[in-house]
Design a protein around this ligand. Structure first.
Ligand code: BES
Ligand code: MN
Ligand code: MN
Length: 454
């Protein structure tokens, strides 16, 4: 049977198999899911073996196991390293899901469940593409190394160590990743830039302990008020980050690239609908696409302190907290930015409180040229698989590992994304469009097939 006919004939079987993986709640952030993480790693390893990969191993790490497999029998042909993750974000708040997070369900042409788009569905696309090639051709037309990790959603803590220890073994002609999005439905996309990410937590302490707000209120510092005042000063009127020197190193995007990015078939109306807020705000002087993809930002991810339970409790809390992050663009150094942010925050705080500032994780931005011939193969494969024109985009999300790989191996990184920006990754009702899941399998199979002639 021909490759595409075979993939078509397996539609139901593929979907049923993906649902098996989606039923395993492999939440990397929570220790209670340790055994689910192991179950998911084993599931992935088994499917890699069934797809014909050899030397499949589950490597334990300090945190969650890493799955590796390879097929290196196409002598003289190129080798790609495919990277993805089998861990998922926590599903909470559970009551906001239309169908339960770990009971995958099809509605209106979409498959719903935690991990459908980020990233189990996209990992499965590659496993099935490889399996289809092997089934219809007897062997793989190119060489492939597959590395699927279980800690991406908590910052890929162990991955770097693994790469350093297995440098030789991971060497490839290109890195292939499917953990990003398409620009829009019907617009297959290759991502050539991602923002970096620094994540911080601050703890502000005023009184040595919680105080009765009637007995003490009026004469003592309230850490929540002070935190709020500080936060309100982190952006100026034009929504620029007020941290001094924050923008100094940010790469200026050429007029030509700005023009290319701003002429993509990106629809502001769709974006507004997805956001669902009464209005939008962003750094003055840049288009929305630029604000999202090529400009650095600072955002508050969470803020808490004092009494937040049911009913009223009169208290002046001892402490207040915030989680914040900065998305970074090329040429910004994460370590330098962390210092600038800490210094600015400390300067904004009055001597009435003390502050603890922690950097929870850092990750470098990434952008790379797409002139290597492998990108033409990818464009053709996407156009054949989707029957639609493919485009090159940048994105605002972060995959720190892509930068690390690019820096280490200096090879092209091909990011083929099959999610969509409105598919609720990290949120309730995460889903993947079945048309993109199936189009993905076809495109990736054709891409791998065409690598034989690279
Ligand atoms: N798959 C995403 C990254 C992504 C999303 C890239 C959308 C491009 C478009 C990944 O799983 C993720 O969520 N990354 C985190 C950072 C990570 C260090 C936890 C992010 O971007 O917030
Ligand atoms: Mn992901
Ligand atoms: Mn994610």
């Amino acid at each position: 049977m021909e490759l595409i006919d075979y993939i078509e004939s397996r539609r139901e079987a593929h979907l049923d198999e993906l649902k098996e993986l989606l039923r395993i709640p492999s939440v990397s952030a929570k220790s209670e899911h340790k055994s689910d993480i192991e179950k998911a790693a084993k599931w992935v390893a088994d499917k890699l073996r069934l797809a014909g990969l050899e030397n499949v191993e589950i490597t334990p790490t300090k945190m969650h196991p890493l799955v590796y497999g390879e097929s290196l029998r196409a002598t003289g042909k190129p080798t790609v390293l495919f990277y993805g993750h089998y861990d998922v974000q926590p599903a909470e708040p559970l009551d906001l899901w239309t169908s339960p997070a770990f009971e995958p369900t099809v509605r209106d042409g979409n498959l719903f469940g935690r991990g459908t788009a980020d990233d189990k569905g996209q990992v499965h696309i590659h496993i099935k593409a490889l399996e289809s090639l092997r089934h219809t051709q007897g062997k793989l037309p190119m060489n492939v190394k597959v590395m699927i990790e279980g800690e991406e959603e908590v910052g890929s803590v162990s991955l770097w160590d693994f790469v350093r220890r297995n440098r030789q073994r991971l060497q490839a002609d290109a890195l292939v990743v499917s953990d990003t999005s398409m620009l829009a439905k019907g617009v297959p996309s290759i991502t050539y830039g991602l923002r970096g990410l620094n994540y911080y937590q601050i703890e502000i302490t005023g009184p040595a302990q919680d105080l009765h707000s009637g007995v003490f209120g009026g004469a003592v510092p309230n850490p929540i008020t002070i935190l709020g005042e500080m936060i309100s000063k982190l952006h100026d009127r034009n929504f620029r980050v007020s941290v001094p020197d924050f923008y100094d190193d940010a790469a200026v995007v050429s007029r030509q690239e700005r023009k290319a990015l701003n002429s993509l078939p990106w629809k502001e109306k769709e974006f507004r609908k997805t956001v669902g807020a009464p209005g939008l705000c962003g750094e003055k002087g840049f288009s929305i696409v630029e604000q999202l993809w090529v400009r650095p930002t600072l955002e508050l991810n969470g803020i808490w302190g004092g009494y937040t339970g049911e009913g009223a409790k009169t208290v002046i809390p001892s402490k207040a907290y915030a989680k914040l992050s900065t998305r970074l663009v090329p040429n910004q150094d994460p370590a330098k930015i962390a210092k600038l942010v800490e210094r600015h925050i400390r300067k904004l705080l009055p001597k009435l409180v003390t502050a603890k500032f922690e950097v929870l994780s850092t990750g470098k931005p990434w952008v790379a040229p797409y002139s290597h011939p492998i990108f033409q193969k990818a464009i053709h494969a996407l156009e054949a698989g989707f029957g639609k024109k493919a485009v090159f985009i940048r994105e605002g999300g972060s995959i720190p590992f892509v930068t690390q790989m690019h820096d280490t191996f200096k090879v092209p990184c091909v990011l083929l994304g099959f999610g969509l920006p409105d598919e609720n990754a990290h949120a309730p009702d995460e889903h993947i469009a079945l048309e993109n899941y199936y189009g993905g399998i076809k495109s990736v199979a054709l891409f791998y097939e065409q690598l034989a002639t690279l």
